[in-house]
Design a protein around this ligand. Structure first.
Ligand code: LFR
Length: 495
């Protein structure tokens, strides 16, 4: 048996998965899982990259010991937007910044004075969100961070892993599109934007396309993990790109919306080329780069972060509660007690989530959720409504109606959210795999090794290998009535 390994780093946890492909089916099993939290120091937020690299090595070692056959390849994917600087010897110069750092807001305000929103969107096709890499780098440069004097390259997270695993330096395309520094037409770093922000073009390395075979592990790493023949492949290294690759599209779903539902919910449609026009600008949509020339026209919705942060607070205060308990509590709570805009930037930073939701409601003279079940239920209902606003915006841009919503990622384990999404959108929800990202990662390795030849073969394999669950819409009128209340509350109204 031949094995392939996926290292999937999310913004709240990471995992190493092993994929076993027998020619017709693929099986995926979890080898190692570990938490990944932002680290706050002097009011700056960072990622603990050395710890993540350590966990990766642990996972590789465990995989090596547990495999029955040979482990051939490894692919890395991570959350988008963040990266780190390396020096001339390839060393990590400084802890990578976390996109939730409030400093990004200063960067956002600064860049908007230098480049107009429209200019930036027309060049990059990426939504204007303060979390984007461009704002992080622009403010560091403006504030004369010393790191620019020593850096050889700025590498996005997966590229950073690649460099420490193989010594190869490059910028994988799908993750590079999340920076908002890539020109959408040229699929390369936009020199005008870089110049306007005084960012040196030489810091940004050559674009590598997903499916590229990077090479063997550095001898020192191979020795550490005891896998001398492991080959690293640049997959679709942006986790969302990998997740959407493994959406189990059925033949009759000609027009579908996907939700890659993890810490963030990425809500969008797969299209053949970027759509950069008045509407996508007004709706603040992104055209993120995918595999096989596809583009994900999408919006970021705050997602399970709201639940994760609420839970973290409860757990830290001594309560023993898991996500399943939370869903059970929400099920018991009254429907439509209140609602809020999950995408209000006030929910971006970690901490005090329950209080922030309560004060959002209080400020608008809405009923304030008090009980735990009420808080959770209003988070889930508000998310479902928000998914519906994106559906309507996508339908408006694309000029056609969607006939299915595919949910993949951790959110598929939240049956209430899946059901609410069907109710709010009025169309069936098809829930795929909770490990869609890792699966997409492995599928790209199989493609690179010549085992699969194109996107349709990949999607067929997903369909054959993993079960789906279908949620039909219920109580549509009641949901529609409450949706009207919801859109009157959110700041970006839709027509
Ligand atoms: C999903 C994701 C999103 C990106 C957000 C922050 O995990 O990668 O695509 O916008 O995280 O990086």
């Amino acid at each position: 048996m031949i094995h392939h390994l996926a290292a999937d780093f999310g913004a709240s946890s990471g995992r190493i998965l092993r994929g076993d492909f027998d020619g017709t089916n693929i099986r995926v099993s979890e080898i190692h899982r570990f938490p990944n939290y932002p680290v706050r120091m002097r009011n700056r937020l960072y990622w603990d990259f050395p710890r993540l690299f350590y966990e990766l090595q642990c996972g590789l070692r465990i995989a090596g010991n547990s495999a029955v056959g040979s482990i051939q390849t490894l692919g890395i994917d991570t959350w988008g937007l963040d990266g780190g600087f390396i020096g001339s010897a390839g060393e990590l110069l400084v802890a990578p910044r976390n996109y939730r750092d409030p400093i990004n807001k200063d960067g956002f305000d600064y860049v908007r004075k230098v480049l107009s929103d429209e200019y930036l969107f027309r060049k990059t096709g990426i939504q204007l969100l303060q979390i984007n890499t461009i704002y992080q780098l622009a403010i560091m440069k403006k504030e004369h961070s010393y790191v620019f004097d020593f850096a050889q390259a700025f590498l996005m997270m997966p590229d950073l892993f690649h460099s420490f695993l193989t010594g190869i330096i490059g910028s994988e395309y799908t993750i590079a599109t999340t920076t908002q520094l890539l020109n959408a037409d040229q699929q390369n770093w936009d020199v005008d934007i870089l110049k306007a922000l005084h960012l040196n073009r030489d810091l940004f390395t050559d674009i590598i396309h997903p499916g590229t075979r990077l090479g063997k592990l550095l001898p020192s790493v191979a020795k550490e993990v005891n896998l001398p023949d492991l080959e690293v492949i640049a997959v679709a290294t942006h986790d969302t790109a990998s997740a959407v690759l493994s959406v189990p599209v059925l033949e009759n779903s000609s027009a579908f919306m996907f939700i890659s539902c993890g810490t963030w919910s990425l809500v969008g449609a797969e299209i053949p080329q970027p759509i950069i026009n008045e509407k996508t600008l007004a709706y603040n949509m992104s055209n993120e780069g995918g595999v096989f020339g596809t583009i994900r026209l999408l919006k970021n919705v705050m997602g399970l972060w709201l639940l994760q942060e609420t839970r973290r607070e409860w757990v830290e205060s001594g309560l023993d509660i898991n996500f399943k308990d939370m869903v059970d509590m929400a099920e018991q709570a009254s429907p439509f007690l209140t609602m809020f805009d999950p995408d209000d930037p006030c929910f971006l930073e970690p901490g005090h989530m329950m209080k922030r939701i309560q004060s959002w409601c209080l400020q608008r003279k809405l009923p304030v959720p008090q009980e735990k079940g009420e808080i959770i239920r209003c988070i889930l209902e508000s998310l479902a409504f928000k998914f519906c606003t994106v559906l309507k915006q996508l339908e408006d841009v694309l000029g056609n109606k969607m006939n299915a919503v595919y949910i993949v990622g951790g959110g598929v384990n939240n049956s209430l959210l899946c059901q609410f999404t069907a109710n709010a959108t009025g169309i069936p929800v098809i829930a795929g795999s909770s490990e869609a990202t890792g699966i997409g990662n492995i599928l790209m390795q199989l493609y690179a090794k010549g085992e699969l030849k194109d996107l349709s073969e990949i999607r067929l394999l997903v369909q054959q290998s993993f079960p789906i669950q279908v949620y039909e819409p219920q109580n549509i009128e009641l949901w529609e009535e409450n949706y009207q209340k919801f859109i009157s509350l959110i700041s970006e109204r839709i027509s």
